[in-house]
Each structure stands twice: as C-alpha cells, then as structure tokens.
Design a protein around this ligand. Sequence first.
Ligand code: DX5
Ligand code: ZN
Length: 255
Amino acid sequence: MVIAPSLLAANFGKLAAETIRAQRGGARWLHLDIMDGHFVPNISFGPEVVRVLRPITRMFLDVHLMCARPEILLEPFAKFGANQMTVHVELNERVTPLLWKIKSLGKKVGLALNPPTSMSHAEPYLSQIDLLLIMTVNPGFGGQPFITETLPKVQQAVAWRRHKGLDFRIEVDGGINFQTAAECARVGADTFVSGTGLFGKRNFKAAFRKMQKIVNVQSRHSLSHSVCRRLIGTRRRAQHLPHGTGEMLRRIPPP
Ligand code: DX5
Ligand code: ZN
C-alpha cells in the first residue's frame, strides 16, 4: 500500500519545508499535480518545482499531468528527476505515443481517467502501464468531496488486472480522507493520493500513520485480495511454492 501526499494542498510559500514534512511524516511517494489552465480550469506549477525538490528528497516523485499538451513537459520533468509521469486517457489518439515517450525516458508510466470517462477507454492500454490513476473527483482543485460512484471502476481495474495477468498499480486521487481511503482499499485500490487529508492536518505524521493503518487493515478484508490469497495458498501447497509476495498475489489467474 502506498500513500502519496499531494503537494497541491501544501503551503506553496514553503514547498521545500512541506516536502521534508511529508518525508519525515513517513511518505515514500510525493504526488505532484500539474495543471495548465486548459485541460483543467486551474494552474499549479511546472518542472521547475521538481528541479528544486529533487536534491532534497529521496521520495518517489509521482507527476500527474492534467495538461492539454503533456508532450512539451515530459522531457523537462524527466530531466529534473520525476520518477513517474501520468497522462490522461482523454487525450485519445495521443495516448499511445505519450506512453511510449514516458517509457523511452526511463520513467514509470501512468494513465489517468476522469470520473465521467468509461473504463473501456483505458482497457487497451493496460498492458503498457505501471499505474492506472482513477480520478475520484473531477480534476482541477484540491479539497473536493469524493465521488462514490467511481468505486466500481476500482473493482473493474482489479478484475482486469487479475484476468489479464498484469501488475499495474491502482491509484485513487481526489477527496481521499480516512473514510474514503478505507472504502477504496476495501475494493482493491493500492495507491492513495491525499492532499487536504494529510497536508491539511496539523500533525502530518499522525495523520499519515493513521491512513496507512486504515488502508492496510481494510485491504486485508478486500474481496479480491482474499480470493487471491486462497488461490495462492492452494497453488503453494500443490507446487511447493515459497511464501509469495504482493506482486505474486496479483499475478494469479482468474478462478
Ligand atoms: C485534483 C488532483 C488531486 C488533488 C487531491 O485535481 O489531481 O491530486 O491534489 O487533493 P485532495 O486530496 O485535497 O482532494
Ligand atoms: Zn493528482
């Protein structure tokens, strides 16, 4: 389980200190929301922020490009040290070249989809990605309420991942707090972006730990996980396999 605090909810007057606060609070990932005023009705920040933050943190920099022309940003973000770049499936025929470009830059490849976009748009790309970002609010602003109707998309992603034998991460983004993180973990999400829910708290570390504990407990109750565990148990007994990892659990074919 990965929890990625979103820098969008940090104090922009002290981004370096806020980044350190997240890292000291236990975060291994930092989510960076890049908004261009075209794809979404808001503007945030660009590659320069990654250039400044990269030397001060070891965290995995998870760059979410809510941009009409991500083509012009991939190289700068890669050069300055982003670890993963996520583009939106709503860019249609430009998605394939964008995914290839991110891969060719040696970065992890993410694909995002907005709440109104059907999962069928993402399906053709699943074998090419490291992460599927399911937006749980309409992108553009932090602090919005979670859209519960997006939860079946997480279940669909879990089912496809299992049926197709893939191992992409399933990330949820928008309105993630203790309660909604639990709901997402229960249906199989494994990567949780939270801005206001963490940076908005006085005690970041306590909030981070609490969210981590919640998603770990809830994921153990998730149906897909328990089905996988049963399957791997049966297989291990049959084939004398050693105790599996999370990755192995995900590769179990459908019953
Ligand atoms: C929304 C962004 C989110 C946002 C989440 O457009 O993609 O990453 O920062 O913020 P909260 O957790 O405050 O909803
Ligand atoms: Zn985001």
